[in-house]
Design a protein around this ligand. Structure first.
Ligand code: FES
Length: 115
């Protein structure tokens, strides 16, 4: 079970919650269940309002994730990641440091989420 720590100037203090790894819940749904004020609108990977930074908190190699084309496009247009960074992440099977919370499914690794 991963620990997910949320950190934001919008919160009085950081909040760490336990999440069930590998289920279909997104990072946004975990935030909502714990009353963490991650912004959102469409919940469908299109508006970009739920952009968060996700940092893996272990010394192990981060688990690679395949972002959808929709998520890659939204993050690239928002200036959070470049086309080169997307290509490098895919080539090296590494996660992007920026994700859309509504599209990010948790893996079995502790993460720090900032927004
Ligand atoms: S809520 Fe719109 S992209 Fe996540």
């Amino acid at each position: 079970m991963p620990n997910v720590t949320f950190s934001s100037p919008q919160m009085k203090k950081d909040l760490t919650v336990y999440a069930v790894a590998g289920d279909t819940k997104t990072l946004l749904s975990v935030a909502q269940a714990n009353k963490v004020p991650v912004a959102y609108e469409c919940q469908n990977g299109e508006c970009g309002s739920c952009q968060v930074q996700v940092q893996v908190l272990s010394n192990n190699r981060p688990i690679g994730v395949a972002m959808t084309e929709k998520e890659k496009t939204v993050l690239r247009l928002a200036g959070k990641i470049t086309a080169e960074q997307i290509k490098a992440a895919e080539t090296n099977d590494l996660p992007s440091p920026w994700r859309l919370a509504c599209q990010c499914v948790l893996r079995d690794e502790d993460v720090l989420v900032t927004f």
